[in-house]
Design a protein around this ligand. Structure first.
Ligand code: MF3
Ligand code: CO
Length: 257
């Protein structure tokens, strides 16, 4: 099985999905505050996409019950929104969201501080966001997957944090998860060569402590050592002109999040 190469027209369709994802995540990020529950965020997202074209990509995916994944503090990914999970000052929350429009998918995530957070957590968010930026910068024709993974891993480990191995970035297009897998570690010059038209959801997952994962339930992945974890993601196309972040408007520039 080969990695799909998307036409300009297909990339535009993915961008359409991506702009809806961006709208929801940027709106959510602004309303996050102490006292809200993760189910409040879910309801907000559902209301925001009502009447929009397409549908939320996660709900119903392998039985997943919600449109958002909301992963708080030591939760790494795939936390399920709950009316019992109230956000408190000092928490961090990863919000992950995907849409499918006209058969094409986009997937993105951002980790947001809840009120004031400890300096250590601020650094964790900054390093993970910067790791995503560095990875995106490597998404150019001729580079290899190992270059992208290495960009994440080297920055993360230099800062004393660790990358999660159990979950990886992924090709995305007419399915949410497609070839290739993109680990957040790797060696420069190794792995499949990037070509124009490839689209990958690049998503560093970074633990403040050890990389090991513990499954709390069927979905919720948390750090085994209880340390905090951050997650930033964009859907990125490899184009002749360089990386194209499909999950934000073209006119937005600067850091990935
Ligand atoms: N954004 C997630 C990912 O790529 C997908 C969530 S899994 C779901 O890994 F089941 F929640 F949809
Ligand atoms: Co993803």
């Amino acid at each position: 099985m080969a990695i799909h190469l998307r036409s300009a027209e297909e990339l535009e369709k993915m961008h359409r999905a991506g702009l809806l994802v961006w709208d929801v995540l940027t709106a959510l990020r602004k309303i996050v505050e102490p006292g809200l529950t993760t189910m409040d965020l879910e309801k907000f997202a559902e209301a925001r996409i009502a009447g929009q074209p397409g549908h939320a990509a996660f709900k119903g995916y392998r039985g997943y019950p919600c449109v958002l994944c909301t992963s708080v503090n030591s939760e790494i990914v795939h936390g399920i929104p709950s009316a019992k999970r109230k956000l408190r000052e000092g928490d961090i929350i990863s919000i992950d969201f995907g849409m499918e429009v006209d058969g094409y998918y986009a997937d993105s995530a951002v980790t947001v501080p809840v009120g004031n957070i400890r300096p250590e957590l601020r650094k964790l968010l900054e390093v993970t966001r910067d790791a995503l930026d560095r990875a995106i910068e490597k998404m150019r024709p001729g580079n290899r997957l190992g270059d992208v993974g290495h960009a994440v891993q080297s920055l993360v480990e230099q800062n004393g944090f660790s990358v999660v191995r159990e979950f990886v970035g992924h090709g995305i297009g007419t399915k949410m998860h497609d070839e290739p897998n993109l680990p957040n570690y790797g060696e420069p010059g190794r792995g499949a060569r990037l070509q124009e038209g490839m689209v990958i959801a690049v998503e560093p997952m970074v633990n403040a402590g050890k990389p090991d994962v513990h499954m709390r339930d069927e979905w919720t992945a948390e750090t085994a050592d209880g340390s905090a974890s951050a997650h930033f993601e964009h859907t990125v196309a490899v184009t002749a002109g360089g990386p194209w972040i499909l999950t934000r408007p073209r006119e937005v520039s600067g850091p990935a999040w």
